[in-house]
Design a protein around this ligand. Structure first.
Ligand code: NAD
Length: 541
């Protein structure tokens, strides 16, 4: 059942957060549309929590969430498990299997066998694409279930979780369609020879993903690899394995993929993650996460000569010129840094503001940030939920302390936040200002914290934006679009955005350079080609 089919729903009204709307839907055909009455609020501090769908309760109530390997549910050989918390409540929501190396190795063997024997790799591309469309349709039909699971698992505001689930669906549809349009055999005109390049799936592919966009990133990794005919082993982050496991339930229930084509191996990074990274039977490896772990994964893949792509962290800049609408631009940047509580790799975390508008802009941002409503992720009035874990909260608070100790000014204090009735990991948005040599301006914080600095000329704005080891995404803000294009092309990053931030579109390559990534990117035609092994065939005439 999705939320639109529920009998009753209580939510705050946009007009007045103290007035709640009770929507009652009677079963069809008695009543064809919901009707709404307004009731007074009992609490002025939190909105009512969205009620859990029966499917979500049933899923979360499982005593043990096992890994999904070769079409079956599998426990760790030694029975190891770990707990998953609701970051908003700070309470356990699930116990999950913690696979060890031998368990992961078996999953990889099954993926290799499925590549060779399941028929997936050799299936005509239109049939394979039709199956991936079925998978996308099945997820979309269960969008509310996936969104609730994702929201509870990673602390993501419910509406943002819905966006991620839709993105997963769109990614599968994009690559399922694209796979039917590309050339699997390209003829090359050369003197005295017949020559062509023929493209084939590689084999079993490994995916290690982080906790900030668990379902969306699973889609970005799996969709192109599956569309190209590979088999996949996905290792979700230990904080957020639940949406990937629910996907496996849907795949199994509807028989959407042959056994072994998709396996999800749950466990700790140092054990299950390291076992995925170090398995030489993979033909391609994809890692999304921190630069520190990315280095480890790339090292072991290098030793095994397994091609690897790394999508890593960021320390993006927004370069704001003095001709912008201050209120609107501030709103967009504040919206971006508070979106998913700042746990977004491509966020603008260094705000470089033209000195002519610096003071006005900074005070506008501080006002807007203070007004952001912090709350439980499933409350309809919440704009910013918790960070994913206590460890992440300590990291954010630690960077505020270190930044101030190195001389940064606290324009907006930030700090831990209390949400009544929730024992989770909440932080307030913060603004720091000062020299860009400060640790809080150099290192990735991964929370709702921006660092402000003024600039004078276009050249200085570009120089400051590029003065970082990272190179994921920067943005430029001005009414002068020629200047915007010039500045955007001068960024030493994989992505340059104009008058917007966090703009990722299917069809446009998204990748990082420097400490932000290597070996390819995501969501574009190039990504599909990454999962196809080219062989050049030549015959002298
Ligand atoms: P992380 O590097 O700690 O963990 C990522 C994954 O690696 C997890 O699944 C973890 O279990 C696994 N892992 C941990 N140790 C491992 C090991 N020794 N061997 C193999 N796998 C191991 O990252 P995180 O804290 O989960 O995520 C936050 C980071 O991800 C940030 O730096 C963020 O910028 C980055 N990120 C980048 C992108 C992108 O597209 N560039 C997208 C999202 C997140």
């Amino acid at each position: 059942m999705n939320p639109d089919q529920r009998i009753a729903r209580l939510e705050s009204t946009p007009e007045d957060s103290n007035i709640y709307r009770l929507t009652i839907r009677l079963p069809l055909p008695l009543w064809s549309a919901p009707f709404t009455i307004k009731v007074s609020a009992m609490s002025t501090t939190t909105a009512p929590v969205q009620e859990l769908l029966p499917e979500v309760s049933e899923f979360l109530n499982k005593p043990l969430h096992k890994s999904f390997i070769n079409g079956d549910w599998v426990e760790a050989g030694g029975g190891q498990t770990f707990d998953v918390l609701d970051p908003g409540k700070g309470q356990k929501v699930a116990t999950v299997t913690s696979l060890q190396k031998a368990d992961v190795d078996r999953a990889v063997d099954h993926a290799v066998a499925a590549f060779e024997g399941s028929g997936w790799a050799k299936m005509p591309v239109n049939e394979r694409s039709a199956m991936l469309h079925r998978l996308a349709d099945a997820v979309e039909a269960r969008k509310a279930i996936f969104s609730q699971i994702e929201s509870i698992d990673c602390g993501k505001v419910y509406s943002q979780a819905e966006g991620d689930v839709q993105n997963f669906v769109d990614t599968f549809r994009y690559f399922a369609d694209l796979a039917q349009t590309i050339n699997y055999r390209s003829v090359i005109a050369v003197k005295g020879h017949e020559a062509w390049v023929s493209r084939h799936p590689w084999g079993a592919c490994g995916f290690i993903i982080p906790w900030n966009f668990p379902f969306l990133l699973a889609g970005w990794g799996l969709a192109p690899a599956l569309a190209a005919g590979n088999t996949c082993v996905l290792k979700p982050a230990e904080d957020t394995p639940l949406s990937a496991l629910y996907l496996c339930h849907v795949v199994q229930e509807l028989d959407l993929l042959p056994a072994g084509v998709l396996s999800v191996v749950t466990g700790m990074g140092e054990t299950a993650g390291a076992a995925v990274a170090g398995n030489p039977k993979f033909r391609r490896m994809s890692f999304t996460g921190s630069p520190e772990v990315g280095r480890l994964v790339a090292e072991v893949c290098g030793r095994n000569l397994v091609p690897v792509k790394c999508e890593l962290g960021g320390k993006g800049a927004a370069v704001v010129f003095d001709d912008v609408d201050i209120k609107q631009t501030a709103a967009k940047l504040v919206g971006a840094i508070t979106f998913h509580t700042g746990q977004v790799c491509c966020d603008a975390t260094r705000w470089l503001i033209h000195s002519n508008i610096y003071d006005k802009f900074v005070s506008e941002c501080a006002d807007q940030m203070q007004a952001v409503n912090i709350g439980y992720q499933m409350d309809s009035a919440t704009q910013m939920g918790p960070v994913v874990s206590n460890k992440q909260r300590e990291r954010v608070l630690g960077y505020l302390e270190k930044g101030v100790a190195e001389g940064a000014e606290l324009v907006l204090k930030g700090g831990a936040a209390e949400v009544p009735g929730c024992g989770g990991f909440f932080v307030k948005p913060a603004l720091l200002a000062g020299p860009l040599s400060n640790v809080a301006a150099r290192e990735e914080i991964f929370g709702p914290v921006a660092y402000l600095a003024p600039f004078g000329s276009e050249e200085e704005g570009i120089r400051l934006a590029n003065d970082t080891e990272y190179g994921l995404a920067n943005s430029v803000w001005s009414e002068d679009l020629s200047r915007c294009a010039r500045v955007a092309e001068s960024f030493e990053s994989g992505n340059g955005w104009i008058n917007a931030h966090n703009v990722i579109v299917h069809g446009v390559p998204y990748a990082g350079v420097g400490k932000s990534g290597m070996g390819g990117g995501v969501v574009s035609p190039e990504t599909l080609y990454d999962y196809l092994r080219p062989i050049s065939v030549v015959r002298p005439l």
